[in-house]
Design a binder for this molecule. Structure first.
Ligand SMILES: NC(=O)C1=CN([C@@H]2O[C@H](COP(=O)(O)OP(=O)(O)OC[C@H]3O[C@@H](n4cnc5c(N)ncnc54)[C@H](OP(=O)(O)O)[C@@H]3O)[C@@H](O)[C@H]2O)C=CC1
Ligand SMILES: N[C@@H](CC=O)C(=O)O
Ligand code: NA
Length: 369
């Protein structure tokens, strides 16, 4: 990692959520070369919390034990008070939310209102009711604190920053389309290659989960909600679509791949255990596509001109870029705009996984500096 030019400001960072992405984010933050402008002042898991206004004395090897042994239960309201009290001229305070929690997301307007910047890969706040999103925008405008959410779409890939730049410089977005889910990409890249047979659907879902691509509950990927959330997030950065989805992702037309019998299973482990019961159904879908010389891919589109925002499992020719260009957990996002004309601006690469997601979160933190 490259050192950055020294800055008079310090950035006090509180991390909520220390799972897969959170743990990797802490590792990358603590590896930041000296002189680092960042002071890690708080860590919270769902069970315990640490807070030290001048910076925690933790290392990459000690933080887990220190947090587990803190003896203090997490309390979001207390964290809000503690962080707000640290906001001063020359001293920025940042909440990094690495959870998928609605409760944490609902408090962003409060944190922002008190001058605490919010950085997160958590899609909830930006893809739910428009009212919450508007409260976030208003609170940020009022205090000047920023919210940055690059890792909510395409993990570390520069999707949000590209979109913001296109809009801010006056380009007109006509359509954004692509494969927005790392999990769905991995599953279908492995499962549906255009040939007869191959691994079972349940086995590739299981590997996607082991690789850390899925949401905490894999059904949130397979039911299309994760892609619908991403389409909502990008839509809200397009001026003409800003208010198009008052109920957020729930208004996006989406195909669910979750068998009806498995809907409502709250445990991810139980869901994965029962999925093999439905392998024959997915085998038939793969065979149908292969018989036409096609592959299955789960794609999303925001068609600004037609006013269509939708995600679906579709068949694509084996020569289509969604078949030839994608591997692993790759996302591919194509920005069709007035300036880019007939050849879209394309961003492609790993769209899920701890390392690339944490990098997207850390890169947002660097944008504050
Ligand atoms: N994995 C990926 O590739 C990507 C993930 N993301 C997003 O990143 C976020 C984190 O994902 P990931 O790390 O994979 O998920 P994990 O389930 O591994 O981590 C989430 C962590 O948040 C903790 N948590 C939940 N609620 C609270 C709370 N109120 N206070 C403190 N901690 C809490 C959970 O603890 P517990 O388990 O004890 O409940 C869990 O450890 C999600 O929003 C996800 O959508 C975005 C892009 C890519
Ligand atoms: N589960 C998501 C993680 C990133 O947002 C995905 O698979 O894309
Ligand atoms: Na991104």
């Amino acid at each position: 990692m490259a050192a950055i030019a020294s800055t008079a400001k310090t950035f006090r960072v509180a991390v909520v959520g220390v799972g897969l992405v959170g743990g990797e984010f802490i590792k990358q933050l603590l590896a930041f070369p000296a002189p680092s402008p960042f002071r890690l002042v708080s860590l919270s898991s769902s069970k315990s919390t640490l807070f030290q206004p001048d910076g925690l004395s933790v290392s990459a090897t000690s933080w887990k034990d220190e947090l587990a042994g803190s003896g203090r239960k997490p309390d979001l309201q207390a964290l809000l008070r503690e962080l707000s009290a640290l906001v001063k001229p020359g001293q920025e305070v940042v909440l990094v939310d690495n959870t998928s929690s609605n409760d944490v997301a609902a408090l962003y307007p409060q944190f922002l209102k008190f001058g605490v910047n919010v950085i997160t890969p958590n899609k909830k706040a930006f893809s739910s009711e428009l009212a919450l999103y508007e409260q976030i925008l208003a609170a940020s405008l009022e205090s000047g604190a920023r919210f940055l959410n690059e890792a909510t779409v395409g993990a570390g890939l520069p999707i949000i920053s590209t979109l913001k730049d296109l809009v801010a410089t006056g380009d007109k977005i006509t359509k954004i389309e692509g494969v927005f889910s790392g999990t769905m990409s991995y599953i279908f890249n492995e499962f549906s290659t255009g040939k007869e047979g191959g691994p079972s659907f349940s086995s590739v879902v299981s590997v996607a989960r082991e690789k850390g691509y899925t949401e905490p509950h894999p059904a949130d990927d397979l039911n299309g909600a994760d892609v619908a959330r991403k389409l909502t997030i990008v839509s809200r950065f397009i001026p003409s679509l800003r208010s198009a989805l008052p109920n957020g992702y729930q208004s996006v037309s989406t195909k669910s791949l979750v068998p009806a019998e498995l809907e409502g299973i709250n445990s991810g482990d139980e869901f994965i255990k029962r999925l093999p019961e439905f392998d024959a159904h997915f085998d038939r879908m793969r065979a149908d596509a292969a018989a036409e010389g096609k592959v299955l891919r789960f794609a999303g589109v925001v068609d600004v001109q037609a006013g269509i925002i939708k995600a679906d499992l579709e068949k694509y020719s084996v020569t289509h870029p969604f078949s030839t260009a994608l591997g692993g957990s790759d996302n591919i996002i194509m920005f069709h705009t007035e300036r880019y004309g007939a050849r879209p601006l394309v961003v492609q690469g790993a769209g899920a996984g701890a390392a690339v997601t944490a990098m997207g979160v850390l890169s947002d933190l660097l944008k504050l500096v």
